[in-house]
Ligand binder design. Structure first.
Ligand SMILES: Nc1ncnc2c1ncn2[C@@H]1O[C@H](COP(=O)(O)OP(=O)(O)OP(=O)(O)O)[C@@H](O)[C@H]1O
Ligand SMILES: [Mg+2]
Length: 272
């Protein structure tokens, strides 16, 4: 197991944000954390990367207990994070921002830089542009690219699709899959549960600081409770379909993909 979180408790002052969360991420997986606003998703990621201290519990990464390891050492150990809200350096160029991602590493980083430019051709085109003048989507790519510069074993992503236009959301999700195909394990936090569940291997559902469900991501796509709470209920399928009374049959992979497309279209319609 690459990452093992055991019964972690985290507080902000007296407020308990995490009340005994346990989760595991295996080498090579994409695991997603889904849950409502305030459920504790960001706190979980921040605690793994060392930005929040544990009140209780244990985090083991790559065979080592990192529960009390300072954050910068966790980066060196192989934990990469692209933070919520991006946090890029606005006055630095794109390339300088990327190099900052590798600042803690010694030696040549040209291989990592080349890989990031392969993943994000847009960043290569704009390498001399000030980070702060990049568009929202481009800044998101920059934040992910910067985290990749440290050559992480696991990449922690907090709402990478937030605020992005639907086309860019698709692009970010396929880049996450490509990063995973290239051997990087991914722990993904998303409000966009439908798409997160489609690319993830496994998923955990968080509710007010606790894990209330964990399963194969595909199973959660069909889970009635999860559908009702996080995937817009049955509206995408039943209400939009002329055959709404028909008893739903188990879906084939293709139908599932088509249903997902419908949901994306619905999302667009809502935003407009
Ligand atoms: N800096 C803080 N000070 C006090 N309470 C905080 C702080 N950050 C988070 N919390 C509280 O901790 C709980 C978990 O917050 P967290 O940011 O982890 O939720 P989240 O699942 O990421 O939500 P969202 O989907 O809105 O990003 C919430 O009740 C939140 O109000
Ligand atoms: Mg959050």
């Amino acid at each position: 197991m690459l990452l093992e979180i055991s019964d972690i408790h985290v507080h902000y002052g007296k407020i308990a944000a995490l009340k005994g969360v346990s989760a595991e991420v295996d080498q090579g997986e994409i695991v997603t954390l889904i849950g409502a606003n305030g459920a504790g998703k960001t706190t979980t990621l921040k605690t793994i990367s060392g930005l929040r201290p544990l009140s209780a519990g244990r985090i083991v990464f790559d065979g080592q207990d990192i529960s009390r390891m300072p954050g910068h050492k966790r980066v060196l150990a192989g934990i990469g994070q692209a933070p919520e809200g991006r946090g890029i350096f606005p006055g630095m160029t794109v390339e300088e921002n990327l190099l900052m991602g590798a600042y803690a590493r010694k030696g040549d980083v040209s291989k990592e830089l080349k890989e990031v430019y392969e993943l994000f051709p847009r960043l290569a085109e704009r390498k001399g542009q000030a980070g702060g003048t990049m568009s929202g989507g481009e800044q998101q790519m920059l934040a992910i690219g910067r985290a990749m510069m440290a050559d992480p074993k696991v990449l922690l992503l907090d709402e990478p699709s937030m605020g992005l236009a639907p086309l860019l959301v698709q692009q970010i999700f396929s880049i996450i899959q490509e990063i995973n195909r290239r051997g990087c394990t991914v722990l993904l936090v998303e409000q966009n549960a439908q798409q997160a569940l489609q690319i993830a291997h496994r998923a955990y559902v968080l509710e007010t600081g606790r894990v209330v469900k964990s399963a194969a991501a595909h199973d959660l796509l069909d889970d009635p409770e999860v559908r009702a709470a996080y995937l817009g209920g049955d509206l995408g399928e039943a209400a939009a379909s002329p055959a709404a009374e028909r008893v739903p049959e188990p879906r084939s992979g293709e139908d599932a993909a088509a249903a997902a497309d419908d949901t994306v279209v619905d999302d667009d319609a809502r935003k407009d």
